[in-house]
Ligand binder design. Structure first.
Ligand code: ATP
Length: 324
């Protein structure tokens, strides 16, 4: 490994938490120690950076966390960091603790912050994709996306039992303010009949027609998955009942989707990308995001990683209609 000036790194988790973030923290800390670096953990994302909430991390600080959901560093959304004043305070904390490189684990917003630290202020940063939304470019998956989909799928399987037994329509709201990733995955995985996502204009009139036609043919249940950014489950359920006369219930899955034991895929992904982030800082490569594409570590600019990722929406819709 090429010798560089970096002697101490910081790590923070930011934005929404996701299962696997702890595995990433563990991997970053232990890789850094392996290469002779010191590590500070910054609590509560950019908020902790502004308020100087930092802790020293050693080998044992990250024992027994690879299997735990959430993040031991806590996470937050920080309006203050979006101001120049907030960013200057954050830089003061980094200087005070002699941190010379920062690993930011978070989604597109967190990446924008990390990019500003590097591009505007010249502070070395590297991003790790910590979001359940899988909406970052340059990577096939993100930390937490598999666990979140599995959790939502498990809940929908249970609801399907009732939908089937009670002969009802269910509208199920899953997470995704700007991304339909979780909704599309669980819709296909759960064998749902329809999915409403922010990226696609949804034809409600067609769905009402399909429901009535299906009901006449003896179809007894119908599951509609909706991403939170595309509509409210209660309102959609009400409109379905009004338009079709069929009994409709709604369920909002909410925060259960963020928690829980990370799946094998999320842990392994977090572990591999975490180590790669440290190695990038050691090589003097900054302002980058680490991902995995086709099983290989993939490095892109932070700015590219936050551009809109395209989902194969048409294929999913076509498949769902074929399989309904
Ligand atoms: P998730 O995918 O879970 O929502 P996220 O990282 O996208 O995660 P955000 O709330 O969008 O979550 O961003 C996290 C934090 O990153 C913000 O609270 C803010 O402090 C910082 N941030 C976001 N956008 C910017 C920006 N344009 N400039 C500076 N900082 C930003």
């Amino acid at each position: 490994m090429k010798k560089t000036k970096i002697k101490k790194i910081g790590i923070l988790t930011s934005g929404g938490d996701g299962p696997g973030m702890n595995a990433a923290v563990r991997s970053v800390v232990r890789s850094a120690l392996h290469y002779g670096l010191k590590v500070n953990g910054i609590m509560k994302g950019y908020e902790g950076l502004i308020d100087d909430e930092t802790i020293e991390l050693n080998h044992r600080s990250v024992s027994n966390i690879i299997n735990r959901g959430g993040t031991i560093l806590k996470t937050a959304r920080s309006k203050r960091f979006m101001t120049v004043e907030g960013q200057k305070k954050a830089l003061r904390t980094l200087k005070k603790h002699r941190i010379d490189g920062l690993v930011v684990v978070g989604g597109d917003g967190s990446y924008r912050g990390a990019n500003i630290l590097y591009k505007t202020w010249g502070f070395p940063t590297v991003g790790l994709p910590g979001t359940i939304d899988n909406d970052l470019c340059g990577t096939d998956q993100t930390i937490g996306c598999h666990t979140a989909v599995d959790t939502a799928l498990g809940a929908i399987d249970k609801i399907r039992d009732t939908a089937q037994s009670m002969e009802r329509i269910f509208v199920i709201e899953v997470m995704g303010r700007n991304s339909g990733y979780i909704a599309m995955q669980v819709a296909l995985g759960a064998g749902a009949e329809d999915v409403v996502i922010p990226e696609h204009k949804f034809d409600y009139q067609q769905m009402y027609k399909d429901m009535v036609a299906g009901n006449k043919k003896g179809k007894i249940s119908w599951i509609v998955v909706v991403a939170e950014g595309a509509g409210k489950a209660n309102e959609i359920a009400e409109k379905i009942t009004k338009s079709t006369g069929l009994e409709t219930r709604f369920v909002v899955l909410g925060h259960v989707q963020r928690g829980g034991t990370p799946t094998a895929l999320d842990r392994i992904f977090a572990t591999r990308t975490g180590a790669a982030a440290v190695e990038l800082l050691l090589k003097g490569i900054y302002g980058k995001a680490v991902g995995i594409v086709e099983e290989k570590i993939n490095i892109v600019d932070l700015s590219h990683a936050c551009s809109q990722k395209k989902l194969p929406v048409e294929e999913y819709y076509r498949l769902m209609k074929i399989l309904t």
